[in-house]
Ligand binder design. Structure first.
Ligand SMILES: [Zn+2]
Length: 292
C-alpha cells in the first residue's frame, strides 16, 4: 500500500498533541494547592478579626466592671463611716443589713472584674498568636504563588514549543481546517484521534464497519485521503494484518460468534482500549461532529 502522507503526519501530530494536552491539564490543576492556601488564609484572617473584636469588647467590660467596683467600694466605706454616728439599736440593725449587702456586692464585683481581667489578658495573647498565624499563612500563599508562577511559565514555554513542533509536522500536508478538527478529536477522545481498523473493526470504538466502507477506506488511503469512523468520529486507517489474524476481525467471523455488526466485538479486539463506547457517550461525542 502506498504511503499516505496525511496519515503519517496525523500519527506524528497525535504524539505531540498528547504531550501538549497533558501539559494543559497540568496548567489547570497546578494552582489547586495555591487556592487551598488562599482559602486557609481567608479563614485565619476571619478568626483574627473575630478575636480582635472579642478582645476589644472584653477590655470595655473590664472598664465597666472597674467603675462599678469603685462605686461599690465607696458605698461600703460610706456605710462604715455612718456606723460610727449611730444612736439607736434600730438604726444600727438597719445599717448593718445595708452594710452586709454592700460588702457582698463589692466582693462579687471584685471577683467579676478580676476574672474578666484575666480573660482579657488571655485574649490579648491569643490575638498576638493569631496575628502571627495570619502572617505565616500570608507568607505561605506568597511562596506558593511564586512557585506556581515559575512552574506555569515553564509549562507554557513547553506548550509553545510543542505548538511550533506541530506546525512543523503539519507543513503543507495538512490543511489548517483538518489540523483544527484533528486537534479537537485528539483532545476530546482522550489522546486517540487516529486509530487503525483491523479487518472491519475500528480499534477506537470496537465497532464493526460495513464491508463496502472498509473497501472505500482502503481506496481513499491509497489516494492520500482520509476518512472518519462513522461511530466514534476518529480518523481511521486500514491496518493490513496477516490473513490469519485478520480473520478474527471480519464480519462473518464476528457474526458466527453471535455478535451483530452494531454491537461490540471485544472478543476480537484484545489490542484496543477498555470500554470505548461508554466512554464516547460520556464525552457526548458520537453525534456531535456535524460542526466540523
Ligand atoms: Zn470508531
Amino acid at each position: 500500500m502506498a504511503e499516505n502522507e496525511k496519515l503519517e503526519c496525523l500519527k506524528k501530530l497525535q504524539d505531540v498533541l498528547q504531550e501538549k494536552f497533558a501539559l494543559e491539564q497540568q496548567v489547570e490543576t497546578l494552582p489547586k494547592e495555591l487556592r487551598r492556601e488562599e482559602a486557609m488564609l481567608r479563614t485565619v484572617e476571619k478568626e483574627f478579626a473575630d478575636l480582635q473584636k472579642l478582645a476589644s469588647d472584653t477590655v470595655d467590660e473590664v472598664k465597666s466592671l472597674s467603675i462599678r467596683y469603685e462605686d461599690a467600694f465607696q458605698v461600703r466605706t460610706g456605710y462604715e463611716k455612718q456606723m460610727e454616728f449611730l444612736n439607736t439599736q434600730r438604726e444600727y440593725e438597719a445599717l448593718s443589713k445595708q452594710l452586709e449587702e454592700a460588702r457582698a456586692n463589692e466582693e462579687t464585683l471584685l471577683k467579676q472584674r478580676n476574672s474578666k481581667t484575666k480573660e482579657s489578658e488571655k485574649l490579648k495573647n491569643q490575638v498576638i498568636a493569631k496575628e502571627e498565624e495570619v502572617a505565616n499563612q500570608k507568607a505561605k500563599v506568597d511562596e506558593e504563588q511564586a512557585k506556581v508562577d515559575t512552574e506555569l511559565s515553564g509549562i507554557n514555554e513547553k506548550i509553545a514549543e510543542l505548538d511550533r513542533a506541530c506546525l512543523e509536522i503539519k507543513g503543507n500536508a495538512i490543511s489548517d481546517e483538518l489540523y483544527e478538527k484533528f486537534s479537537n478529536i485528539v483532545r476530546k477522545k482522550n489522546g486517540l484521534g487516529v486509530v487503525p481498523v483491523h479487518g472491519q473493526v475500528c480499534m477506537g470504538c470496537d465497532r464493526v464497519l460495513p464491508v463496502q466502507f472498509v473497501i472505500d477506506l482502503r481506496l481513499k488511503q491509497e489516494n492520500n485521503e482520509i476518512d472518519y469512523c462513522p461511530y466514534c468520529s476518529r480518523i481511521i486507517w486500514y491496518d493490513q494484518l496477516d490473513p490469519e489474524t485478520e480473520k478474527n476481525y471480519i464480519f462473518e467471523q464476528l457474526e458466527s460468534k453471535g455478535t451483530g455488526s452494531e454491537s461490540k466485538v471485544s472478543s476480537a479486539s484484545s489490542g484496543s482500549q477498555q470500554d470505548s463506547d461508554s466512554y464516547d457517550e460520556s464525552m457526548g461525542m458520537d453525534d456531535g461532529f456535524d460542526d466540523f
